[in-house]
Each structure stands twice: as C-alpha cells, then as structure tokens.
Design a protein around this ligand. Structure first.
Ligand SMILES: Nc1nc2c(ncn2[C@@H]2O[C@H](COP(=O)(O)OP(=O)(O)OP(=O)(O)O)[C@@H](O)[C@H]2O)c(=O)[nH]1
Ligand SMILES: [Mg+2]
Length: 356
C-alpha cells in the first residue's frame, strides 16, 4: 500500500543507455529551521538602587536543519509517516542579561544517493552521493536583541528590543534512484507478478493469460528488522525471445545488472509443455542473450505447489534438473517467507563481495 501513500510515490523509469532498471523512490516533506528567541526587555531592580540599568538578554539562535547521507539506509520509506520536520526554536532572552538557549539543530538521515529538491523553487538544492555527507538546508533564525544591547551614553534606559528572526522553511522533495537487486524471470503465467505482489507494496496486474505484464515493475520487499531489497518483475520470456519473440527480451537488459535472478517455474504449465523443458528453454534464451546474464547467480523456484499436494511434480523436477529448487505457492504463501529470507541473504552476500 506504500505506493499509494500521498507522500510516498514509487515510479519506474527506463533508461535504455543505462542497463539498470531505475526505480525512483520519492518523498515529500516540509522542513523548518527553528525561530530565533525574542530579545528581552528588563531593568535591573536592586533594593536601595533608584535606577537600575537595562539588563534584557538576547534571544537564542534557532536550530538549523541538516540532511545527512547515512550508509545503512537504502530507501525513503521512513518518510512515509512523517511529513513535518522542524528544528527547535531559540529561547527568549531574560533578565540579568541572560541570553536564551540556542535551539537544537535537526539532522535528518537519508540514504546515500538522495537528491534534495526545493519544490516551490523547482530547484535541486543538493545531491548526497556518499554516506557521511551533511548539508544545511534551512538556517535557524537569529535571536533578537535584548534592551541591554541598545544602551548608549545618551540613552541609558532603552525600552527597545527586537524579535527573533524566523527560521527558514521549505517544501522538500527527496528523490532516490534505486537499482533492482533481484530480477524475476520465467515463462508467461508462471506467477512472477503474483510473487512480487505478495512480497512487496506493488500490485501489478495478474491474470491467467500470458503476457499480462508488459513493462517492468519494481517493488521493495520488506523483511523484519528493516531489511529490504528491490525486486524487478519483467514480462514473461518465451522460446525464441533472444530473436525477438514475445515481449520479455526487450527487458532482459534491465536485469543484467541485478545481483540475482529468480527463475520461476510453473509446475502446471499449459498443455504441451512441461516444467523441466520450460526451465531449459528459458536458460537457453538467457545464455543466447548474454553470457554474463547466464552466469549470474540463479535461484530456481517451483511455483503453484498448491496444485501438487503430494509433492510429485516438484520431486520429479528436482530429479530432472539436478539442482536445488525452492517450492512455493505465490497464491497461498507457502514457502514465500523462506524464499524472501534466502533472497535477502544472497543479496547481502553479493553486496559484501562487491564491496571487497
Ligand atoms: N494455483 C496457483 N495459481 C497461481 C499461483 N501463482 C500464480 N498463479 C496464477 O497464475 C496466473 C498467472 O499469474 P501471474 O502472476 O500473472 O503470472 P506472470 O508470471 O506474471 O505472467 P506474465 O505477466 O504473463 O508473464 C494467474 O491466474 C495466477 O492467479 C500459485 O501459487 N498457485
Ligand atoms: Mg506478470
């Protein structure tokens, strides 16, 4: 449901020059720096001293708003529930020439790669490509002057003070480009879209006819403890795809850069085909398309096990393919949680290897 939240928009963009599926994660928020505290008007009052001098202190400075890129964040989802962000205002000055306390700064953590736009100015303010970088986006207001500050030799009892200045405020749009970690491949009707809709916030069209999906769809798969990865659903592949048959081929380039391929096999395919044969046909298409893609780590999933209550088809498939196979039912949810855990683990491992 995340995709429909007013402050959280997911859209997919294709860039044919860049073979990644780009996934734009967006959030709109309002940020405000703290106001400066007002200056104070006060006169010293001492017993037996007829005229005390002015002693109103200055107001404190309002806190600034910073954005900081933080390494372990990877989406803007945390902004879904919080639209208003403000730093603390400065305290007013007080008597005895006491300056008001400064307001505390606010630092908003965002994932590396976040772009910060001012919506009203339609302007890119900053780009935070790397973790650790911190920028000030709204300055806190200066504190006002207390009447002590206006005392001169000719005006020893000023009654003038100034108010604190307002803190800056902005309507901000955050934008983050993500790349899919996991790509789903398989024949039309295998249940790829059913799987992504069960595990992420996106709801692609699902139907019992081939080529229901005509364009890639990306979703964020969320697990417990803030673990997440990005998954791409692409149109189904068919034999001859590498020569242009069907729809899926055009989108294969998008999964070239994903870390893992999930190959979904329909264990009850249409008459005239069988699960093992379909698996091999898709593998052959991937190999003919690109050696690199074919070398990518693959997780083989047998889907629709609700239609195979005595496990016969899956056993037979394992025997034929001689590979590890993860049985699931995208419809009933059986095996789905285990599979997403496994995928997360593999994404984490490939990320760690890539960073070495
Ligand atoms: N019984 C059963 N049916 C399933 C399961 N998963 C998907 N289906 C059905 O299979 C049909 C195709 O599902 P989709 O998710 O649209 O398949 P797809 O792989 O995205 O298909 P394309 O977009 O055409 O490539 C739909 O009628 C689903 O309801 C499952 O686990 N069990
Ligand atoms: Mg589909």
């Amino acid at each position: 449901m995340v995709a429909h939240h007013p402050f959280f928009i997911i859209s997919t963009q294709y860039d044919i020059h860049n073979t990644n599926i780009m996934f734009i994660d967006e959030a709109q928020i309002w940020v405000k720096a703290g106001d400066g505290g007002n200056g104070c008007m006060s006169f010293r009052r001492e017993k037996y001293v007829p005229k005390g001098g002015p002693d109103g202190g200055d107001g404190g400075r309002g806190g600034n708003v910073y954005f900081q890129a933080v390494e372990n964040l990877d989406t803007l989802m945390d902004f879904t529930g919080k639209h208003h962000w403000h730093a603390q205002s400065g305290q007013p000055g007080s008597g005895k020439n006491k300056q008001g306390a400064n307001g505390q700064d606010l630092t908003i953590p965002v994932p590396p790669g976040t772009l910060i736009y001012d919506i009203d100015l339609n302007l890119l303010l900053k780009d935070l490509p790397l973790g650790g970088i911190k920028v000030c986006i709204c300055r806190g207001g200066r504190g006002g002057k207390g009447n002590k500050a206006f005392a001169t030799s000719t005006n020893q009892a000023p009654r003038t003070t100034t108010p604190g200045k307002k803190g800056q405020e902005r309507n901000i749009r955050l934008e983050l480009k993500l790349i899919a970690d996991v790509g789903l491949v398989g024949m039309p009707n295998a249940g790829k879209s059913t799987f992504i809709s069960r595990t992420s916030g996106v709801k692609p069209k699902i139907a019992d006819y081939p080529f229901t999906t005509t364009e890639p769809v990306l979703g964020i798969v969320e697990l417990t403890n803030f673990r997440r990865f990005v998954m791409a659903d692409i149109p189904g592949l068919i034999e001859g795809a590498h020569n242009g048959a069907g729809l899926g081929f055009e989108f294969l380039k998008h999964i070239e850069r994903t870390r893992i391929i999930v190959h979904i096999i329909d264990i009850m395919p249409t008459i005239g085909s069988n699960p093992a044969g379909n698996y091999r046909a898709i593998r052959s298409e991937l190999e003919q398309y690109s050696k690199e893609l074919a070398k990518k780590e693959e997780v083989i999933v047998a889907n629709k096990i609700d239609l195979d209550p005595d496990d016969k088809i899956v056993k037979d498939l394992k025997k034929k393919l001689k590979k590890e196979i993860y049985p699931i039912s995208a419809v009933t949810g059986s095996g789905v949680k285990e599979l997403t855990e496994l995928l997360w683990q593999k994404v984490k491992e490939t990320k760690a290897t890539a960073e070495q």
